[in-house]
Design a protein around this ligand. Structure first.
Ligand code: KE4
Length: 415
């Protein structure tokens, strides 16, 4: 009935083999499949479920909103309320527009950047994924700043010729791109912590360097915080790394598990967005009452003091434990985390960009993934995805995961 049996490709277990379990329910740190089997969940619906599944406060908020109707296609007070929370949390955001997916958020941010600057080119980084808008679906680069080649059939090369791609963490490559195309680069879009090639943090000075290069060339800096927003810290990676972008894209957590995402930034930029300005962007279900209710309830819970410290400790304990077990089994392994987000590679490290990430041992990852799934631990079914810990993951779940990892590392160690 559905291509590949899934509504999003990564769910089909293409990178790890086997047939994915169909999920039937979820509660707290656990998902339960259609056969009644439960797993400790580190996918968290690819990021949104930071409070844990079926959180009572979120369910109550959604039920109450639904009782008053599911969609009006008109402005509502709840959209203003969540906009105030988002803009108060993110240093770079004075105005925000809600949309229904991360893809819409980044696609719209690029259009605003091009509309505001009157420039055509954009620069992205290899291994960063910003959703499936044509201009952003470019194939793997070649280690230097190159013009994008279509990453998918159906994307005409004309649509990616204006997309420059550079290696992550490589300021020299970005500088050379600016030297060559600087006066026609509308923006640089970056995952300030890369979660789509595992978990790769910016090297010291990388993000500040992008800020400086953009300022010098009159280009906008766009942080794609669809994954990191409200996940690594209350104010996202931009607050952790103290670099202020011109535009920020959000998704996942901000919708609390319902379809909501957003883009926003300085008022001087956002005033160009229709209907206030001429840059067109629209959406039937943008600001949907149920999604706004779920998002608001989620952000209210995250605003509690000590939440990110607790999340960071929990995730840190998981990563520390996995490192120690890998070392016991003499398996080349590198892992890191920030807030409720983590990643690991079967690679001695350091892993600083997509080229490094690609050198990780994919066969070992597949064996490890299978052993963990057999043991009731549900990891992201791809070596190029980040993992997510929720506030519902207790020491009990972390201990169970590390217990499973002991067996899984043994299995991964054997060729
Ligand atoms: P969506 O259109 O899937 O809501 O968001 C696209 C997107 C944009 N930016 C970043 C940094 C993202 O991580 C994503 C989506 N992430 C993927 C997994 N890494 C979603 C999972 C999927 O594709 O099914």
């Amino acid at each position: 009935m559905i291509p590949g049996g899934v509504n999003s490709p990564v769910r089909a277990f293409g990178s790890v083999g086997g047939t994915p379990p169909f999920m039937a329910s979820a509660k707290g740190a656990y998902v339960t499949d259609a056969d009644g089997r439960s797993y400790v969940d580190y996918v968290g619906s690819w990021g949104p479920m930071i409070l844990g599944h079926a959180n009572a406060g979120v369910l109550r908020a959604v039920r109450e909103a639904a009782a008053s109707g599911t969609s009006f296609g008109a402005p509502t007070e709840r959209e203003v309320a969540i906009a105030e929370v988002v803009c108060s949390a993110l240093p770079g955001m004075q105005q925000v527009r809600f949309v229904s997916s991360g893809t819409e958020a980044t696609m719209s941010a690029l259009r605003v950047a091009r509309g505001v600057t009157g420039r055509k080119r954009i620069l992205k980084f290899e291994g960063c994924y910003h959703g499936h808008a044509d201009a952003l679906l470019v194939g793997a680069g070649s280690g230097v700043a190159t013009l994008g080649i279509p990453g998918s059939p159906g994307v005409p090369e004309e649509f990616t010729q204006l997309t420059i791609q550079a290696p992550y963490n490589d300021l020299d490559a970005v500088e050379s791109a600016f030297k060559r195309w600087g006066d026609d680069i509308a923006c640089v879009i970056v995952e300030p912590i890369a979660g789509n090639m595992g978990f790769i943090e910016p090297l010291p000075g990388f993000l500040a360097g992008l800020r400086e290069l953009c300022d010098r060339a009159g280009a906008l800096l766009v942080f794609d915080e669809v994954m990191t927003g409200f996940r690594v810290a209350w104010g996202g990676a931009q607050r952790v790394h103290k670099v202020r972008p011109d535009l920020t894209c959000l998704g996942k957590v901000v919708g609390g598990g319902l379809p909501a995402a957003a883009y926003g930034g300085r008022r001087a930029i956002m005033k160009h967005v229709a209907p206030e300005g001429p840059v067109y962007q629209a959406g039937t279900l943008s600001g949907n009452p149920l999604a706004m209710a779920a998002g608001l309830a989620t952000l209210e819970a995250l605003a509690e003091p000590g939440v990110y410290e607790r999340l960071g400790e929990r995730t840190g304990a998981l990563v520390e434990g996995m490192r120690a077990i890998a070392a016991e089994h003499d398996v080349p392994f590198t892992a890191s985390s920030l807030g409720g987000m983590f990643g690991f590679f079967f690679h001695p490290g350091p892993v600083r960009n997509f080229d490094d990430a690609r050198k990780a041992d994919a066969a070992r990852f597949r064996r490890f993934f299978a052993a963990m799934l057999d043991a009731g631990i549900y990891l992201a079914p791809s070596p190029y995805e980040a993992g997510f810990v929720s506030l519902a993951h207790r020491p009990k779940e972390i201990d169970a995961t590390l217990e499973a990892a002991r067996g899984a590392f043994r299995r991964a160690a054997t060729r």
